[in-house]
Design a protein around this ligand. Structure first.
Ligand code: ADP
Ligand code: MG
Length: 610
């Protein structure tokens, strides 16, 4: 007797539903996508009890006639593609013809729909995949789908549902995605009879983001500087450097209008932000990647969350560069704040020009009291302390910002003469207090120095390689095969970074020099640490990125220590150098280097303004 049997249609739908309808939020996703594909201008989503008891999606889209309405409930029935060739370039959100029958097979389902000019519409009731009623109905033109008691006939599935609150949050997240992906569509979300949000059709993405997250959040975003010409177009908004979250929840990426999760894009974002992100943090992005539908495959996963790019490296490059350009473009705004001709109200607390005087002599007579306090405190902390001589083998008074320089080194860029900021003093031997046009600025001198060193080293690495220092005695060491393989693969980069390493037999290496800025007593131990740290971090990224990682990790240890006292000229140079950096506002680990407290904020704090 044969054992293979065709599954009844309902069971087949339920199997498909297993992939498409994971939870109430997936129902919302599919229904809203259908509404958008139907050209809706307004979509209302109403849920009860986390969508478990009710999901209703109402749109004003094109609607369906009765035949189509019945057909839409059949599996593999779709109006969006006709042939296998169409699969190559999908321009709609849906195309699989699976969602409606899948949803209808695991819930109590009601569809009402009416075409714009039709006299009457259609109402269809389906229970657990079985059509119960078909009759005239449907009020306004458009479509309304109601899904009640999801998984009522699949107790196993129901058990996997989370609390109503969790399910609601997932639905809300899904709606955010759709609302951001389609700012020109109005959205209303009602939960348990309460309006959660009501988003009018917006003129553009920025308006939509403002409506969703508030004006203050939008202030923290930068408009993406995309390349206008190429095959891959980027647009949207991304968080300024230093703006981050500890989950990926606000790292949103849309490919041709579809919210997707994609490892290539995730990696590209991480790389684009690179040193502007703290470890374990994720950027905030509303990134839109638009490209020829033919060069992206959306038919990867039944829930259509994933996409595959035909040429992933092109997409990656475009995104990395787009993000980098955008983050760096923000620098000019910052520099402006330090340049604007401000009516600096305070007399200099310390001599303003880069005099060589090692000691600071505050002009007590001219100073407002608190400024002179800072200056006094400054005076104490400005004393010269012997630097650990091994840190950077350069003259001591240069160690703030200069690296040991070879004759080939280009002169650092001259700071513009019109910079306008006033150093007030140093707080707690760490925070430089300054005044600029906008108000008060606090600079973390350690973080600032890290950023400067980092960019300087990176430049050198890109240009001629980091200068290295010979070891007294070259050392040989063995590595486990995987580490050895990693070193072999990256030996050129390591050498560019000033690490003199070469193969010395299978799995054996010889090291004879280290970068000058590294003061490791044990070269082998240092190498081991470098391998451990970089191996995991940089598996997939470029050699350059590896170099950056390496620099970022080592720089920290050698930047000015938190409580290293600096003299005024050093401080001034530090700030000027910082403002010249590509990303002045965060250290190579993504921590902020400066905090601006505006006059307005101060006035608010002191109750002068509300
Ligand atoms: P798909 O979206 O992949 O085509 P669905 O099962 O989600 O498959 O929908 C089947 C068909 O039903 C769609 O192709 C579309 O023609 C029609 N349809 C679904 N929802 C709507 C709607 N809200 N408005 C108009 N037509 C719809
Ligand atoms: Mg669909």
């Amino acid at each position: 007797m044969s054992r293979i049997r065709l599954l009844p249609e309902i069971v087949a739908s339920q199997v498909a539903a297993g992939e498409v309808v994971e939870r109430p939020a997936s129902v919302v996703k599919e229904l809203v996508e259908n509404s958008i594909d139907a050209g809706a201008r307004q979509i209302d989503v109403i849920i009860r009890r986390g969508g478990i008891s009710l999901i209703r999606v109402i749109d004003d889209g094109c609607g369906m006639d009765r035949d189509d309405a019945l057909l839409s409930l059949e599996r593999h029935a779709t109006s969006k593609i006709r042939s296998a060739a169409d699969l190559e370039a999908i321009a709609t959100l849906g195309f699989r013809g699976e969602a409606l029958p899948s949803i209808a097979s695991v819930a109590r389902f009601r569809l009402t729909t009416r075409e714009r000019d039709a006299v009457a519409g259609t109402e269809i009731l389906v229970n657990g995949g079985k059509i119960d009623v078909v009759r005239d109905g449907g009020e306004a033109p458009g479509t309304q789908v109601e899904v009640r008691s999801i998984f009522y006939n699949m107790p196993g599935r129901r058990k996997f549902l989370r609390s109503e609150n969790t399910e609601t949050r997932k639905i809300e997240h899904q709606l955010h995605l759709q609302a951001i992906g389609h700012p020109d569509v109005g959205f209303t979300f009602v939960r348990d009879e309460r309006v959660v949000f009501q988003l009018p059709a917006a003129a553009g993405l920025l308006d939509r983001l403002r409506d969703l997250y508030g004006a203050a959040s939008v202030e923290r975003l930068l408009e993406l500087k995309g390349n206008a010409t190429g095959q891959i177009r980027l647009r949207g908004f991304v968080g300024k450097p230093g703006v981050s979250r500890n989950t990926r929840d606000q790292q949103l990426v849309f490919v041709n209008g579809r919210a997707v999760e994609n490892v290539v894009l995730n990696a590209a974002l991480r790389e684009g932000y690179h040193t502007a992100l703290m470890r374990g943090q994720y950027p905030v992005t509303f990134l839109f990647v638009d490209l020829d539908p033919g060069s992206v495959d959306v038919n990867v996963h039944p829930a259509k969350r994933e996409v595959r790019f035909r040429v992933p490296s092109e997409v990656r490059e475009a995104v990395v560069h787009g993000i980098q350009r955008t983050l760096e473009s923000d620098r000019s705004d910052w520099q402006e704040q330090f340049r604007a001709p401000a009516a600096l109200s305070m007399s200099p607390a310390i001599p303003p020009t880069a005099s060589a005087t090692p000691e600071v002599k505050p002009a007590h007579g001219e100073l407002p009291q608190f400024a002179s306090d800072f200056a006094l405190r400054g005076e104490r902390s400005f004393e010269i302390r012997a630097a650990p001589s091994s840190v950077i083998p350069s003259r001591e008074d240069e160690r703030v910002h200069k690296l040991p320089s070879g004759p080939e080194q280009a002169a650092p860029p001259k700071p513009p003469a019109n910079q306008n900021f006033q150093i007030i003093g140093v707080l707690n031997k760490l925070y430089v207090l300054m005044e600029n046009a906008e108000g008060l600025v606090l600079v973390d001198q350690h973080a600032a120095h890290e950023r400067i060193l980092f960019e300087e080293l990176r430049r050198r690495m890109e240009e001629q390689g980091v200068p290295s220092q010979r070891l007294l005695l070259p050392q040989t060491f063995d590595l486990p095969p995987r580490d050895a393989e990693w070193v072999e693969r990256n030996v050129a980069v390591l050498q560019k970074m000033g690490i003199g390493i070469e193969g010395f037999g299978p799995n054996t290496f010889k090291i004879d020099s280290l970068p000058v800025f590294v003061s490791a007593p044990d070269a082998v131990q240092f190498m081991q640490a470098v391998i451990d740290e970089l191996k995991s971090a940089s598996n997939s990224s470029s050699p350059l990125r590896l170099g950056e990682d390496m620099i970022a990790k080592t720089v920290c240890r050698h930047a000015v220590k938190a409580n290293d006292p600096l003299r005024y000229p050093e401080l001034e140079k530090l700030i000027q150098d910082l403002l010249q950096c590509d990303l002045p506002y965060c250290c190579p680990h993504g921590r902020p280097t400066m905090i601006q407290i505006s006059h307005a904020e101060l006035e608010k704090k002191f109750g002068r303004k509300v």
